[in-house]
Design a protein around this ligand. Structure first.
Ligand SMILES: C[S@@+](CC[C@H](N)C(=O)[O-])C[C@H]1O[C@@H](n2cnc3c(N)ncnc32)[C@H](O)[C@@H]1O
Length: 477
């Protein structure tokens, strides 16, 4: 008989379990934070690798995408909630810990994942990527978060609307305050409109295709997508919307460049420029800021149908190559060149129609780039200002008298839209140009709520498009 005292059995040491979906989402969030990567560029290769290893099916990919995009979009709200659950300033929490916490808050408050699963998966992820000590901290914070739902938390952490409307909207709808303020200035109106707009920025946009005229048709695209996955465009005659999402690159028409992925707002801008009335010759078209080539491809197809030629110019050589790829196979004449639109190689008065889709802050496409709202600074607009004016001024020189220039941005910020056009027309900071406004609204037939004109501002919450801006001008002298 063994009379040795019995030893207490050791508590079995359990190695933390690596959940591939959460681990991948965390890797993507770290890349966005550490390397200033773009979520829409970082995520696809990570998903592809995970699929190739057999780790992932399409549901896992959808969950990882939701965790990354949702966490980034709602970061402003989630930061405020986490700040209320800890007893030190948020800036003292290490960024990787904050990523795990915010992703946990998103699972708890922004998805249907059951509470216990959201907490335990986050703590397990923390064990793997942060270690045992910080996993305990994550556990403690997330348990506090479970005390309320999203509405309850927002009520607790956001200042009241009456006290400070912009701060309130900033926390509730997760936008930096200066962006709330700029969007509200551009939109005008009361509380309901700005709230709808900010919420629309937090929705994932539908994937929309453009059937390039003369090269494919909406019927062809709808048939290829199947009845369940295709919806007609809301406004553009070239648009087909992918109802269930999926991989547009798998479609033959997209592979062959006969159709492309393009927001309906961009389609409307290109189509309106092509439809603007021009007296006399109408054979020389220019896209002066063409990269990566979405609008150029639609313009080139429209030009081909009307016996016109498109010159597509782009300053960045690598983006000019993307334009080449987008235009390949266009049935009519076109040329792609690398050129600086502020020091153009073309002679004044050369073109009949010009599109200047200028570089901008991108505040109109926040739904597509979930991290961009946190990266942009109000000061960035100052850097764009001279470039936008220079490009428009040169476009108005490059068009012949009677020809048309379209000035477009994917930002609704007034400093990038109406103010630029008015400054250039009035000759502020340069020589005055002789040009008149064309009412752009009738050139977007059937599209409601286009404002008082003559320029057009599209909105995600009103039109389901990016917030594209278009001013049309005719050179008069
Ligand atoms: C808003 S993007 C154009 C998007 C494009 N129209 C499309 O629909 O795919 C602006 C483009 O202008 C280019 N760009 C910037 N400065 C330029 C310049 N001085 N001259 C010509 N292109 C310029 C940028 O590299 C960028 O590709």
């Amino acid at each position: 008989m063994n009379d040795q005292p019995r030893r207490r059995p050791h508590k079995p040491h359990r190695r933390p379990q690596k959940d591939p979906v959460r681990f991948l989402a965390f890797e993507a969030l770290r890349a966005v934070d550490e390397r200033d990567a773009y979520a829409n560029l970082v995520l696809p290769p990570l998903l592809k690798k995970a699929r190739a290893k057999g780790d992932f099916d399409s549901r896992d990919a959808a969950l990882a995408t939701e965790l990354v995009y949702g966490t980034l979009r709602r970061q402003g709200t989630y930061d405020a909630i986490v700040a209320a659950c800890i007893d030190r300033p948020l800036r003292e929490v290490d960024p990787p810990v904050l990523d795990v916490l915010n992703m946990g808050v998103h699972q708890l408050l922004g998805t249907r994942i059951p509470t216990h699963a959201a907490v335990s998966a986050s703590v397990e992820l923390a064990r793997v990527v942060l270690g045992e000590g910080r996993a305990k901290f994550v556990n403690a914070v997330l348990r506090k978060v479970t005390a309320h739902d999203l509405d309850g938390w927002v009520e607790k952490v956001a200042p009241s609307y009456d006290e400070d409307a912009e701060d309130h909207l900033s926390v509730v709808h997760s936008h930096p305050r200066w962006i709330v303020s700029a969007l509200w200035d551009a939109l005008g109106g009361g509380r309901a409109g700005i709230e709808d707009l900010l919420e629309a920025d937090n929705e994932r946009p539908e994937v929309t295709l453009a059937a390039r005229p003369g090269r494919s048709t909406t019927d062809e695209l709808a048939k290829a997508l199947g009845e369940d996955n295709s919806l007609p465009g809301r406004w553009s005659p070239y648009a087909v919307r992918m109802a269930e999402g999926g991989e547009p690159g798998a479609l033959e028409a997209v592979q062959e460049g006969r159709a492309g992925v393009q927001d309906e707002g961009s389609q409307l801008v290109a189509a309106a420029l092509a439809a603007a009335p021009v007296e006399g010759r109408d054979t020389r078209w220019l896209d002066g800021c063409a990269g990566p080539g979405g609008k150029a491809a639609l313009l080139a197809a429209l030009a081909a149908g009307r016996g016109a030629a498109l010159l597509a110019a782009e300053k960045q050589p690598h983006r000019a190559r993307l334009v080449e790829r987008a235009l390949a196979g266009n049935p009519g004449p076109y040329q792609v060149i690398t050129a600086d639109g502020t020091r153009p190689p073309w002679l004044p008065g050369t073109f009949d129609r010009i599109l200047m889709d200028v570089p901008c802050s991108g505040l109109g496409a926040l739904r597509r780039r979930p991290e961009s709202r946190w990266r942009r600074r109000a000061e960035d607009l100052e850097a764009f200002a001279p470039l936008q004016r220079g490009l428009l001024r040169e476009a108005l020189k490059a068009v012949r008298v009677g020809g048309v220039v379209g000035y477009a941005t994917c930002s609704p910020h007034l400093a990038e839209t109406r103010v630029v056009v008015e400054d250039v027309l009035k000759g502020r900071g340069g020589e005055p140009v002789e040009a008149e406004w064309i009412d752009a609204r009738p050139l977007m037939p059937g599209v409601p709520a286009l404002g008082e004109g003559p320029d057009v501002q599209l909105w995600p919450h009103l039109h389901g498009t990016d917030a594209m801006y278009l001013a049309l001008l005719r050179r008069t002298g």
